[in-house]
Design a binder for this molecule. Sequence first.
Ligand SMILES: C[S@@+](CC[C@H](N)C(=O)[O-])C[C@H]1O[C@@H](n2cnc3c(N)ncnc32)[C@H](O)[C@@H]1O
Length: 230
Amino acid sequence: MTSSSKGVDLRDRVAAFPFRVFDLARRYRRRCFPTRLDKFQTIHGWTLESQLRYLMSIVRVLPDRSTTVEVGVWQGRSALAMGEACRGTRKLVYAIDPWQEYVQGGVAISSRLKEWGVSSFEDIYQAFLRNRQAFNLEPWVIPIRARSLEAAAAWAHGSPAFVFIDGHHDYDMVTADLTVWYDLMPSGGIIAGDDWNWESVRSAVEDFVARQPTLSLSLPCENTWQLDKR
Ligand SMILES: C[S@@+](CC[C@H](N)C(=O)[O-])C[C@H]1O[C@@H](n2cnc3c(N)ncnc32)[C@H](O)[C@@H]1O
C-alpha cells in the first residue's frame, strides 16, 4: 500500500467514525431499552424495520372497526406489528396462512425449513401462536389457517381497508391474490406487499396495474409496493 492510499484509508475511517459511534449507541439502546418495534424484529421473518414502521403507520390511521388482512404470516413478525397498531381499538388483523407445504419457484419450501431453524409447518404455526400470546395480541390478530384464495372465497369479515400481501411469490399466485383481494376491497382501500425486488412479484404487480387504470402504484418504503384503489 502506498503512503497516499494509507492517507485515504485513514481519512475514510475518520469520516466513518461518527456513524460507527451512532450505530453502537443505537445497538446499546436496543439491547438495554428495546421498544416494541425492536421486539417484533426478534421474531423470525423477513420484513424490515422500515416496513414494520410503514405497516404500523398505515393501520394506526385506519378508522376504528376496520379490517386489515395479511396474506403470508410465517411466525407473525409483520402481522403482530400491525396488530400492535390495533391495540385498544376495535380494529382487527386477519392473519391468513395455510402453514402448510408449498412449492415456490419450483422449490418445495419444506426443503429449506432447516436453514430457518424450524422442522415443520406445524412448528411455524405454533411459533406464531406463542408470539401472539407473548405480545398479548390475541384480541387483535386472528389467524385463518387457509390458502389466500380459499380464505378470500369464503370471506365474511367485512371489506378489508388494508391488505398486505406477502404469501406465495410466484407470478400467477401474486396475480391471483391481487385479483381476489382487490375485488373485496372498498374504494379508498390500500393493497400493498413485500418483495418488490422479486422479478415475479414486480411483474405481477406492474401487469395488474396496467389492466386497472384507476389504480396508482407507489413504492412507499424499502422493497414495498402499494396500490391505492380509487
Ligand atoms: C415470506 S413468508 C411471510 C413473512 C412474514 N410476512 C414476515 O413478516 O416475515 C411467506 C408465507 O406465505 C405463506 N403462504 C404460502 N402460500 C400461501 C398462500 N397461498 N396463501 C397464504 N399464505 C401463503 C407461507 O406459508 C409463509 O408463511
